[in-house]
Write a protein that binds this ligand. Structure first.
Ligand code: OAD
Length: 263
């Protein structure tokens, strides 16, 4: 029994939104799911801009720009190594698992689900999603700051006494293979993401504040050809006003409910 009438009515509203959003998914052939930090919040990985988020504790200018790395590469390397260690115990939540199931279901009937993620934690793949475009990179990989060569798994350098570790190709400084403020996104990933978005019938935006370009504008590309827009986020965002269906709930609750409702 739900404790009070206002909570009962909030749950009823979400159920109506989920049913309506599921109706759009049932009719779709190609779906894009755009995810942000909120997708992994219930896996224990903090978001950036919520209260207590990463950017409320750390200044991005000190840790997430090429200038910061040039100023003090060791400090930046150690900060990312610490974030990587703090993510090591994180497991995909029920939302990640539901998206992997949705992809398998669409693939079986000749459709597609593409996950375009800003997250660098690798949890979509860990949950079994295959069609994943990680537009902000991967914290578990490295590349050379100087020659851009692939530097392999970040964890393989944990025992290195040289910080940051050296590039096997040119002897330069290795960095995490993530996108920093002031840098362009990887072109191939953006191309893949935009191709999927231009062809989608439904775009589901999950757990992103929509404040960081160019990804913040990706959903607008889907609206240009009248794709249905679904937002899953406990809080309003600039995208909310454009969405056909808004589900004000966490990803680990809303996505399993949505996927079950369109089975
Ligand atoms: P933000 O921290 O800006 O936004 C997180 C969003 O998740 C907010 O809108 C929250 O309301 C929502 N949220 C919180 N808990 C949730 C839950 N359980 N389920 C669903 N949503 C929830 O994170 P991003 O939008 O991902 O870039 O930020 C974009 C980029 O800014 C990041 O990729 C990162 C950051 O600087 C780089 O590091 C390059």
């Amino acid at each position: 029994m739900l404790p009070n009438p206002s909570l009962r009515s909030a749950v009823a509203t979400e159920n109506v939104q989920i049913t309506a959003a599921a109706g759009a998914l049932v009719l779709a052939r190609r779906v894009v799911v755009l995810t942000g930090a909120g997708m992994s919040a219930e896996s224990g990985i903090p978001t950036f801009r919520d209260a207590g988020g990463i950017w409320s504790m750390f200044d991005p200018d000190e840790f997430a720009t090429p200038r910061a790395f040039e100023r003090d590469a060791g400090k930046v390397w150690r900060w990312y190594a610490e974030r990587r260690r703090s993510m090591a115990g994180a497991r995909p939540n029920a939302g990640h698992v539901a998206l992997a199931a949705l992809e398998a279901r669409f693939a079986a009937r000749g459709g597609s689900v593409t996950v375009v993620t800003q997250n660098i934690d690798g949890l979509h793949r860990a949950a079994g999603s295959r069609n994943v475009v990680a537009v902000h990179g991967d914290i578990h990989r490295t590349r050379c700051f100087d020659c851009r060569a692939d530097g392999g798994e970040a964890g393989a350098h944990d025992a290195s006494t040289v910080v940051p570790p050296r590039c096997p190709a040119c002897g330069g400084r290795l960095r995490p293979d993530v996108v920093w403020f002031g840098e362009a996104l990887p072109m191939a990933a953006v191309g893949r993401a935009l191709r999927a978005i231009r062809a989608c019938d439904v775009l589901v935006s999950v757990g992103t504040s929509g404040e960081v370009e160019p990804v913040a504008s990706f959903p607008l590309r889907a609206l240009e050809h009248r794709a249905v827009l679904i937002e899953i986020n406990p809080a309003p965002t600039p995208l909310s006003a454009h969405a056909d269906h808004v589900v004000r709930a966490g990803a680990a609750t809303a996505l399993p409910a949505l996927v079950e409702a369109c089975a």
